[in-house]
Design a protein around this ligand. Structure first.
Ligand SMILES: Nc1nc2c(ncn2[C@@H]2O[C@H](COP(=O)(O)OP(=O)(O)OP(=O)(O)O)[C@@H](O)[C@H]2O)c(=O)[nH]1
Length: 883
C-alpha cells in the first residue's frame, strides 16, 4: 500500500467497514481501493481531525461511488467534458484519474470514501441535474438523511482559488445538525464553483474556436451539408436507398480557369466543371464522391440555417444558394452563437439568485418573507396590501445603506442612476407597496440580522434576492406569470393559504409557470389555523398532484406546511419598519418563549422546526435550481454547438479527403500524360523550328537569286525603250532607268509571291502539327497571307528614287577595268578616253552606262574623273574602250 494512503486509510478504518472501503473513487490503486491520495482535491483537509474525515465523506456525496452504480443521468462524455480541461489549474487540481470501474470510464475527481456512501443524495442529484437537466427527481434530500453523516464541529479549510466566492462557515453554531448542513452546502458551493469555472473556460475556448471558424469561413467558405432530392435514375435511386442523400451547398466556381484544379461540390449533378481532368469530366455523377448520411441536416441545432422561401424545402434552398451566400449565412449563425455564449458566460459568472414569492391574496407572502429574514421588513396586513413587486436585497449591494429604491414605471433600474428610482427610508415601505400607480417595483436593501450560517440573503453560498409579489387575482396573475418567466428568476415559491387552498388564480398561475419551471416550491401557510392538519395536508397534496405532478413527486422537499407568523423576529434597527420583539406581531404564538404551557411550547417548537426544515430545503433548492438554471443551459448549449462544429468539421474533412483522393487519382492519371505531352511538345517544337527554318531559307535563297539575277540582267537589253538619239540621251536614260526599275520591281513582286506561297505552306504545316497533337483543343492560328508585304514599311522599301545624272552615262566599272589593264597610263587620260569613247560610241555603250547605275552616287569616284572631263572633246575610238 503506498505510503500516501496509509495515514488516512487507517483513520478511515475507525469509521468505515471493509465493504465501505470499496466505495473509494480514488482509482489510484487497482486491487485494494484506497481512500485518498495526495492529488485528491480535498487532500488539504487536516488529516488528523475527524472533521476532515466527515468533510471528505460529504465530498464523496457529490461524486457517487461507482460501486453503487452509475448515476442514470451520467455518462462518460460528460465527465470528460467537465474535467478534461487540458492544462488549466483547475484540472490539475482535479485529477483526471478515472474513477473505479470501466462503467464510468470518464475522468472524475476522486475522493476518499468514508461511510456507507449511501447518502450521496445531494451530490448525485446536483451532478445529474447539471449533467443532464433530467429534472429535480431522484432520491430524497431530506434533512434527516443529511444527518446520517455525522459531521463534527469545526470548519474545513478550503483552497480559495477553488472556492471562488464561497464563504465557508467559520465557526460552529453549537448545533451539529446545523453545522453539518452548513458544510454540505459549502461543499455543494465548492463543487458548483468548480463546475462554473470549468464551464467558463470551456465557453471561452468555444468562443475562440468559433472565431477561428469565422475567419476560415471568410477566406475558405465551409461546406455546409444539406439534404437534396437528387435527379438520379431509378436504378441509382435504388442504389442510394429511399433516404435522401447528402450533398453540399457549394456552387461551382466560375470557369475562368478551365483547366485548373478547384474545390468543388462533391455531388452536385451539374458540377462537371469541378472535375480537374478530362477523365474526371467524363465520369458519371454517381462516381463522384458522395456522402450518404441523410441525417446530417437534422444533426445541426445551433448552426442550422433557417431558410424559408416559397415552397422550397430548407435543405433544397441551402443547396440552391451560392457558396458565398451559405458562408455568409453561416457567419451570421456563428456571430449569434458567440454573442449567446458571451451572455451565458455572464450569466454563470453571476452569483446571485432570485427567488420570487407569489401566491393568493393575503396568503401570507409578506409574513413568510419576513419570517425568512427574521425581521419585519415587508408590510403585513389582514387585507391585501402588496400591490407592487418588492425585491429584498442585502444592503451590502447598496453600500451598506438600508433604504428603498422605488423604481419608476417603465424605467430600467440602475442603482447608479438615480433618475430611474426614488429613494425612501424603510419605514415608508408601507405606503409605497399599497400604491401601484406610481411604481411597479421597488428594491428594498436591508441588513441581514442573521449570521452567515442561517441567513438566506447573506448566506455565504448564494446571493439570494427575495421578491415579494402582489397577491394573485384576475389582474395580477398574468403579470406575475410573466415576471416568473424571467431568466433571472431561479426559483418560484408559491404561498398558499392552508385554509383557502388553491384558488382559480393560483391554479392558473401554476399552470402557466409549469411551462417554464418544472418545480415550484410550495409553502402552505397558516397551518396553525388548521385543526385537522392531516386532512389538510392530504387535500393540498392532492391538489398539488393535479397542478404539478413533478412537484408532488418531490413533495417532501418542495411542499411545506408552516406558520410563518410563528417565527420569532429580531429587533429592527432604529427607524426600521415593524416593531422589534422576539415574535411576530401578527400573533399566532411564535417566539422562543411561548409561555408556560408545555403543550403550547411543544407546538411552537414544532412550528419553528417545520419552518427551519423549510428553510433548509429552500436553500438547497435554490442552490440546485441555480445550478440547473445557470450551468445546465450553458452546458447544453456548449454540447450542442460543439456537436454542430464536430458535424461541420467532419463533413468538411470528409469533403476535403474525398477531393484529395480524387485529385490524387487524377494526378496519377495525368502524370504519364504530362510526360508524353512534354515529349511531344519538344518534338513538335523541333518540327516547327525546322519548318520555319526551311521556309525562311527557301524564301531567302529564292529572293536573293531572283533579285540578283534581275539586277544583273537589268541592262542586258533596252527593255523596249527606243533610243531617241544623242540629244535625247537623258530622256533615254530616264526611260531606261524606269524600265529597269520596273523589271526589278516585278522581280521583287515575284519574290513576294513566292514568299507568301511558301509562308502559307509553312503555316499550314505548323497547323497540321497543332491539330495532330492538340486535337479539338487546338486554337486556329490567326494568319492572313493576303496582308503580307502590305504594310507601309514594305511599300516604302520598294520605292527607289534615282535621279538620272550626266555621270550616269559613264560606265565607271568598265573604265576601272580598263585602267587596270593599261598600267602606267595616267588615270586622267584613261578616264577621259573612256568617257569620250562612250559618248560618241553609238547605242551599245548605253547598256554599259546603264549597268553603271549601280555605282551612281559614288562622289569620290566622280571627283576622280573631273580632270578627264576636259579631255572629253578628244575622240578616242570607242571600240578600244569597249574592248
Ligand atoms: N394565523 C396565521 N396568520 C398568518 C400567517 N401568516 C400570515 N398571517 C396573517 O395573514 C395576514 C396577511 O398576511 P400578509 O403577509 O400581509 O399576506 P400577503 O400574502 O403578503 O398579502 P398581500 O400580498 O397583500 O396579498 C396578516 O394578518 C398575517 O398576520 C400564519 O401562518 N398564521
Amino acid at each position: 500500500m503506498p505510503a500516501e494512503h496509509d495515514g488516512l486509510h487507517s483513520r478511515r478504518q475507525t469509521t468505515a467497514s471493509s465493504d465501505e472501503l470499496s466505495n473509494c473513487n480514488c482509482g489510484r490503486s487497482s486491487g485494494t481501493r484506497l481512500p485518498v491520495h495526495t492529488s485528491c482535491p480535498y487532500s488539504w483537509i487536516p488529516t488528523s481531525s475527524n472533521l476532515a474525515i466527515a468533510a471528505i465523506a460529504m465530498s464523496q456525496e457529490y461524486f457517487p461511488p461507482m460501486s453503487k452504480g452509475k448515476s442514470p443521468a451520467r455518462d462518460d462524455r460528460d465527465g470528460q467534458a467537465e474535467y478534461d480541461d487540458g492544462d488549466d489549474a483547475l484540472s490539475r487540481r482535479t485529477p483526471k484519474t478515472p474513477v473505479s470501474g470501466a462503467a464510468n470510464g470518464a475522468a472524475r475527481p476522486a475522493y476518499m470514501t468514508v461511510g456507507s456512501g449511501s447518502t450521496s443524495f445531494h451530490a448525485t442529484r446536483l451532478q445529474s441535474l447539471i449533467d443532464h437537466d433530467s429534472g429535480y427527481g431522484g432520491s430524497s434530500i431530506a434533512g434527516d438523511d443529511i444527518g446520517s453523516s455525522k459531521l463534527p464541529l469545526g470548519s474545513p479549510r478550503t483552497d480559495p482559488s477553488l472556492a471562488g466566492d464561497m464563504v465557508l462557515p467559520r465557526q460552529s453554531t453549537g448545533n451539529p445538525d446545523t453545522d453539518q448542513r452548513a458544510h454540505v452546502t459549502a461543499i455543494s458551493q465548492l463543487w458548483y464553483n468548480q463546475q462554473r469555472v470549468a464551464l467558463g473556460r470551456s465557453i471561452n475556448r468555444v468562443i475562440d474556436l468559433l472565431q477561428s471558424l469565422q475567419e476560415t469561413n471568410a477566406t475558405w467558405p465551409a461546406h455546409y451539408p444539406s439534404v437534396q432530392r437528387p435527379d438520379v435514375s431509378s436504378s441509382e435511386r435504388h442504389a442510394l436507398g429511399p433516404a435522401l442523400h447528402r450533398t453540399f451547398s457549394a456552387a461551382p466556381e466560375p470557369a475562368h480557369h478551365p483547366r485548373s484544379l478547384r474545390r468543388s461540390m462533391t455531388t452536385a449533378p451539374d458540377d462537371e466543371s469541378a472535375e480537374s481532368s478530362k477523365s474526371a469530366e467524363n465520369k458519371s455523377v454517381v462516381e463522384a464522391p458522395r456522402l450518404f448520411s441523410h441525417q446530417i441536416a437534422q444533426e445541426f441545432s445551433i448552426l442550422k440555417l433557417d431558410l424559408k422561401l416559397g415552397a422550397l424545402h430548407q435543405s433544397e434552398l441551402v443547396h440552391s444558394l451560392e457558396k458565398a451566400s451559405v458562408a455568409s449565412l453561416l457567419d451570421g449563425k456563428i456571430r449569434t452563437s458567440i454573442k449567446h455564449l458571451v451572455s451565458l458566460r455572464e450569466r454563470i459568472d453571476d452569483t446571485s439568485s432570485k427567488v420570487l414569492v407569489t401566491g393568493d391574496l393575503n396568503a401570507g407572502k409578506s409574513t413568510f418573507c419576513n419570517a425568512l429574514l427574521r425581521r419585519k421588513v415587508l408590510p403585513e396586513d389582514q387585507q391585501p396590501c402588496t400591490s407592487i413587486f418588492c425585491e429584498v436585497l442585502d444592503a451590502r449591494e447598496n453600500g451598506g445603506l438600508e433604504e428603498v429604491h422605488a423604481v419608476h414605471k417603465d424605467a430600467f433600474y440602475n442603482r447608479h442612476d438615480e433618475s430611474t428610482y426614488d429613494v425612501f427610508p424603510l419605514s415608508k415601505l408601507e405606503q409605497i407597496v399599497i400604491d401601484n400607480s406610481t411604481y411597479m417595483q421597488c428594491k428594498v436593501y436591508i441588513k441581514d440580522v442573521r449570521n452567515v450560517n442561517e441567513s438566506l440573503l447573506n448566506n455565504g453560498v448564494v446571493d439570494i434576492a427575495l421578491i415579494d409579489a402582489p397577491g394573485l387575482n384576475s389582474d395580477t396573475t398574468k403579470t406575475t406569470a410573466i415576471f416568473a418567466r424571467q431568466e433571472e428568476i431561479d426559483v418560484v415559491v408559491f404561498v398558499v393559504s392552508a385554509a383557502n387552498h388553491f384558488t382559480q388564480s393560483a391554479k392558473e398561475f401554476i399552470w402557466a409557470a409549469a411551462a417554464e419551471k418544472a418545480y415550484i416550491f410550495m409553502v402552505v401557510n397558516g397551518f396553525d389555523m388548521i385543526r385537522d392538519k392531516e386532512r389538510c395536508q392530504k387535500m393540498i397534496l392532492d391538489q398539488v398532484y393535479g397542478l404539478s405532478p413533478r412537484t408532488y413527486k418531490e413533495s417532501t422537499e418542495l411542499v411545506h406546511f408552516v406558520s410563518s407568523n410563528a417565527i420569532p423576529m429580531a429587533h429592527s434597527p432604529p427607524g426600521g419598519p415593524g416593531g422589534g420583539g422576539s415574535s411576530s406581531s401578527s400573533g399566532g404564538g411564535g417566539g422562543d418563549e411561548p409561555g408556560n404551557d408545555p403543550k403550547g411550547k411543544g407546538k411552537e417548537k414544532e412550528k419553528i422546526q417545520d419552518f427551519h426544515k423549510l428553510e433548509q430545503s429552500l436553500r438547497q433548492f435554490v442552490l440546485e435550481k441555480r445550478a440547473r438554471s445557470k450551468l445546465t443551459p450553458a452546458k447544453t448549449y456548449l454540447m450542442n454547438i460543439l456537436n454542430d462544429l464536430h458535424t461541420l468539421a467532419s463533413v468538411n474533412a470528409e469533403v476535403a479527403q474525398s477531393e484529395i483522393d480524387r485529385v490524387t487519382k487524377d494526378l496519377a492519371e495525368l502524370e504519364p500524360q504530362l510526360e508524353s505531352s512534354k515529349k511531344a511538345k519538344a518534338e513538335v517544337g523541333d518540327e516547327i523550328d525546322q519548318t520555319i527554318e526551311a521556309t525562311c531559307k527557301d524564301i531567302y535563297d529564292h529572293t536573293r537569286n531572283t533579285l540578283n539575277m534581275a539586277i544583273a540582267h537589268a541592262g542586258d537589253s533596252t527593255l523596249g525603250v527606243r533610243y531617241p538619239g544623242l540629244f535625247g540621251v537623258f530622256d533615254f536614260a530616264d526611260d531606261l532607268k524606269e524600265a529597269m526599275l520596273d523589271q526589278i520591281s516585278s522581280a521583287v513582286t515575284d519574290c513576294e509571291e513566292h514568299a507568301r506561297t511558301k509562308t502559307v505552306g509553312g503555316v499550314n504545316a505548323i497547323k497540321q502539327l497543332g491539330i495532330l497533337h492538340l486535337g479539338n483543343e487546338y486554337h486556329d492560328l490567326s494568319f492572313r497571307s493576303d496582308v503580307m508585304f502590305r504594310r507601309r514599311r514594305d511599300l516604302l522599301a520598294k520605292e527607289i528614287n534615282l535621279e538620272t545624272e550626266f555621270w550616269d552615262l559613264v560606265d565607271w566599272s568598265t573604265l576601272m577595268q580598263r585602267q587596270e589593264k593599261v598600267a602606267g597610263t595616267g588615270m586622267a587620260l584613261t578616264l577621259a578616253t573612256a568617257v569620250g569613247g562612250r559618248i560618241v560610241g553609238g547605242s551599245s555603250w548605253v547598256d554599259h552606262a546603264m549597268s553603271a547605275a549601280k555605282i551612281v552616287g559614288n562622289d569620290n569616284l566622280r571627283k576622280l574623273i573631273i580632270p578627264a572631263v576636259a579631255i572629253a572633246g578628244m575622240n578616242f575610238p570607242t571600240r578600244d574602250i569597249q574592248a
